[in-house]
Every structure is written in C-alpha cells, then in structure tokens.
Design a protein around this ligand. Structure first.
Ligand code: ISL
Ligand code: CA
Length: 552
C-alpha cells in the first residue's frame, strides 16, 4: 500500500505557527521547536505553506524565487535542518508549490518590464493585446476586479488571483521544463512531496473568449482546461516518478468523476486531490460572502457521493474540514461555546473514519475558532480587503459586508496558533503580524492538561488509523437513519465491521438505524460522550454525539 494512504497530514501555516526570534512572524526555527508536539499528536506528514522568497502580498502564494527561502522564515540551512530533524523523528515534509503563477517580483517577470519585447521571458506569461483600448476579454480575478492588468504597451497580462500574481503560460515548453527542474531540486534535497496550488487551472483554453456563464467570469475556460491531463502526466513522468513522493493537487470546480480521472493510479497524474464542494453549504445563493445556516443534509450528500464514486473509480480522497483559506470548522459546523469539545470531537471522528487521507489544519486539533475580528483594519488578507472595497463600492452597507467577512474571511484561520495562556498565547513575545483570535482560552497547554480534551481525541483517531487496516482499506457504506442531522456509515474489511454514528445538531436527535437486524455492537471504539449503551438500532443521540461501534 502507498505510504501516504495511511498517514495523517498536518498543515502548518508558518507565518502563524511559532515565532522563534520575536519579530511577530512565525518561522522555521519555530516549526522545528514544535516537532515534538506534532510527534505527540501522531501526524506523519507536515504540509508547510509556501516559504519561498516572496513579497508576501498573498502570504507566500506569490513566489519571487522558487530556489530560496524568504529571510523572514529563516535560511536554506535552517530549512535543510528542519527536513533532517523531521526525518529523524519519522515525520515527512510536503512542500507547497505554486506554479500557476509567480509574483510580479519574480526575475522572469521583472525581465519583461526591463527588456520589454526583447525579453526571452515574454512567452513565460500570458500576455495578450488589448481589445480596442480595453482588456482582452471580460475574465475576472478570483480576488475581485478584472483578471487583466496593462503592461507597458497596451498589452495586458493575465492574473487569475491578485494583480501581483501573474499567470504562467504552460503552453511554453521551456517554462514547463524549468518548473520540472525546480521541482526535482526540492525532491533531491529530501522533501517528501508536493501540494500543488490551484493546479487544475494551469491549462487555459487558447481562444480567450468572453464568458457570461461562470463565476468568476472565465473560469470554465481554464478550470480543468484542454491540456491539463497532458501537463500533469508530463509532470508526473519528469518529477514524481523518480521519487517515492506524494502529490496532492489542490483543485477547484471538481466532481468525483473528474477526481477519479486525476487520481486513478493508471492515470499517473497526482495521488489525490484537495477540493471544496462540501465546504460551500453555508453560502447563500452560492455567494461566499453572504452566509446562511449550513445545510448539513447537502454536506452529507456531497461527502457520501465522493466516498462512493472515488472508491468505485479506484481514486483516492483527501479528507478535509479546514485549511488556511477556510473559516474554522467548529465555528462553522459545530458549537463555539456550549458543546465546543463535543462538536470538535464529532467533526474529527466523521472525517477520520472515512476512506482517504485526513488533513488537520493547525489549531484544529485543539478546536480553535474563528478570529472574531470586527474592524476591517484588523484584517490583513488581500482577498478580504479586495472584497471589502468591491462590496462597499457596490453600495452594500458596511454591517452586511462585515458580517460576511467575519464569517468567511481567510484570516479566521490565520490568527496565530495558541500555545499557552501567556501574552500573545506563547506564539511570540511581541504583537504578531495578525491579531490574535478572540478566544484565548483555547490553547495547547490547557488542552494537554485535560485528558478529555479534543487534542487526545485526535491523537486517538490518528493512532486508530495506524492500527486498523479497516480504516484505510475498508469499504465505505452509507446507512439510512431517517434523520437529516445524522450521518451513519459503516467501514468493512473482511469479517470486521465498524459502525460510525454522528449527530451534527446541537439538539437531541432520535434516529432509527437501518442496519441488519442481527447486527450487534460489542464494543465502543471511540466516542465524545463517556457513557454509551450498545443499542445500535434505535438511538436518541445527544447534541453532537458521535460513536464508533465494533459490530459482530
Ligand atoms: O480562498 C479561497 C476561498 O476558499 C479560494 O477561492 C482560494 O483562492 C482557492 O482555493 C485557491 O487557493 C490557493 O491559491 C491562492 C491562494 O491565495 C490560496 O491561499 C491558496 O490556497 C492563489 O495562489
Ligand atoms: Ca520570527
């Protein structure tokens, strides 16, 4: 079995993980100092978001030099030492690589500004003539506004994200080779794999037509574009195939059918994809910035559909509640106060018992919550600031705009990691680059001191996945339960069967579980309440109750 199927991936957002030199910004030394903590949790792969040299307009997703570490995080020597120490402790390192675009501070782009038409790098980016003094087409940036920015002579470059993130031209053979050489360099150094940022956007349909259908405009002409499979097969052959590495494609506009095309072993593209469909069930009218109560039934339906289709197609799933772009999961689908621990544990159990590779985003393991920042000037995220101005300019009132931002802003997940009850939660001795979240009582030190804390629940789930082949290879089956708030499923391997019951509601819920009449439970494997009975056919579940039974 591939090693990455069994492992749990922990995502580190280095800027906000641990500051070692007290400049308010997390760094490599900070990560190194916390390896024992991660080891204790039991995770096996550390995915670290970009630490390359960057002007940090989009917190490192705007890379200026793929070959160096940003001084704010440390040096290449420090990075090498981190990899070495992690390996000695049995931890693997997954790099985050951004090859859909570079920063406009990258030497290639700067060369164009300097040498203009003489620059050999003009073909590395997507540069088009304007259309009678206007942009080449009506495509929009994901972060608001036009996706085109004028260059020096009436032509425009494409940027699907911020204006400082220029899209690379994957049609250019030389560009592709340079990217593969660079990726090989990191693998040779000893890193264990890549998370590939927005990788299914790299192949753009070449006629660059106007678009009135997708949102943002243009998306259907580049998401899963015409040459995407060809490019990924090439990347696999040139890079991944030479190392026992893992490759995760972050992809939007995904369906399980498409996911199978990318992850089926015979496709030789990527090992798994990271996608978001189930994390849109609290958007009103598909508008992320206007919230509605989460539609749990829809979420269960989506996740269930992915489990079934991916397994049937022999692909592989990523199991994800949160990352650095998403609100905190307990704030979103759980309870911030009364059932904080119960709901955080339930959410953990649901994901970790599904088939696929689970991800934990830093702080999720202690149930960290949304930031609670209510002033726009407390926000740093470029997307949040762009959206704020765009919506205010459209005449939407400030309170409504802030309501959306407080719930959805990416900064919710980016406030510094809370280690202890000291100033700045032990993240730093000085005011951090982004304000601390409002709920300072939730921290690692308090979590570790309480044997019933959600931290130990995650630790147990991670260990269960190491011990029980059933959780890795076992078949997933949906079980009817006549209650929209409840998700019941089984995992089965040979003659072993586990029943997983989860209540997503903050109320007591009754349900009848449509499992075989003769099935009986003989053991509770894990639960978020201490006293469970062994009845598995009819249950009155307590708020956010979650139980895993062994079935005989
Ligand atoms: O942030 C989002 C809302 O959830 C997404 O639309 C996000 O922009 C998308 O998932 C792509 O994300 C990745 O690429 C971006 C970067 O800003 C994100 O941080 C990164 O995860 C551009 O590189
Ligand atoms: Ca620092």
């Amino acid at each position: 079995m591939e090693w990455w199927k069994k492992s749990c991936i922990y995502q580190i957002y280095p800027k906000s993980f641990q500051d070692s030199n007290h400049d308010g910004i997390g760094d490599i030394e900070g990560i190194r100092s916390r390896l024992p903590y991660l080891k204790k949790l039991g995770v096996e792969i550390l995915w670290i978001t970009p630490m390359y040299a960057s002007p940090q307009k989009d917190n490192g997703y705007d890379i200026a030099d793929y070959y160096s570490i940003d001084p704010m995080f440390g040096t290449m020597e420090k990075f090498d030492q981190l990899v070495k120490e992690a390996h000695e402790m049995g931890l693997k390192i997954m790099m985050d690589i951004v090859v859909n675009h570079t920063s406009t501070q990258h030497a290639w782009f700067k060369d164009i500004l300097k040498n203009k038409d003489k620059s050999k790098y003009k073909d590395y980016y997507i540069i088009k003539e304007g259309n009678q003094g206007k942009t080449p087409n009506n495509w929009e940036s994901m972060f608001g506004g036009s996706a085109w920015e004028p260059l020096y002579d009436g032509s425009y470059y494409l940027h699907l994200f911020d204006v400082t993130q220029a899209d690379l031209n994957w049609e250019c053979d030389e560009l592709r080779s340079e990217i593969y050489v660079m990726m090989n360099m990191w693998l040779k150094k000893g890193v264990d794999g890549f998370r590939l940022d927005v990788i299914n956007l790299i192949s753009k349909q070449q006629d660059f037509l106007d678009d009135e259908i997708s949102s943002p405009k243009g998306k259907r002409f580049y998401a899963n574009g015409p040459r995407i499979h060809e490019f990924l097969k090439e990347m696999n052959k040139e890079v991944f195939a030479h190392y026992p590495c893992v490759s995760v494609g972050e992809m939007m506009s995904m369906t399980p059918e498409k996911a199978v095309e990318y992850t089926h072993p015979s496709s030789e593209e990527v090992d798994m994809i990271f996608s978001f469909k189930h994390l849109k069930v609290d958007f009103a009218n598909e508008d992320r910035w206007t919230r509605q109560p989460a539609n749990i039934k829809e979420m269960i339906t989506i996740l269930n559909d992915w489990q079934i289709s991916i397994n049937e197609g022999n692909g592989w799933n990523s199991l994800v509640w949160s990352n650095h772009d998403q609100p905190r999961v307990v704030s979103r689908f759980g309870s911030e106060y009364e059932y904080h621990q119960e709901s955080a544990k339930m959410l953990a159990t649901v994901m970790h018992c599904l088939k696929g590779t689970p991800y934990i985003y830093q702080g999720e393991e202690i149930g960290m919550l949304n930031a609670g920042l209510n002033e726009i000037n407390q926000y740093k995220d470029i997307e949040t600031l762009n959206i704020y101005h765009e919506r205010i300019n459209k005449g939407i009132n400030h309170e409504k705009v802030m309501d959306g931002i407080m719930y959805q802003s990416r900064d919710n997940a980016r406030t510094p990691m809370q280690w202890n009850l000291k100033d700045y939660s032990g993240f730093s001795n000085v005011q951090p680059w982004l304000e601390m979240g409002k709920r300072k009582d939730i921290c690692v030190e308090s979590a570790l001191a309480d044997k019933n804390n959600v931290f130990y629940h995650y630790q147990k789930l991670i260990q269960l996945r190491k011990d029980e082949e059933l959780l890795i290879e076992g078949e997933y089956t949906y079980i009817e339960s006549n209650n929209d708030h409840v998700w019941v499923y089984t995992r089965t391997l040979k003659d072993k069967k586990w029943l997983v019951i989860n209540n997503f509601s903050d109320q007591k819920e009754n349900c009848t579980i449509e499992i075989n009449e003769q099935d009986k439970a003989n053991e509770v494997i894990i639960s978020n309440y201490l006293d469970n009975d062994l009845d598995i056919h009819f249950k009155t579940l307590r708020p956010y109750e979650s139980i895993v039974y062994n079935i005989i």
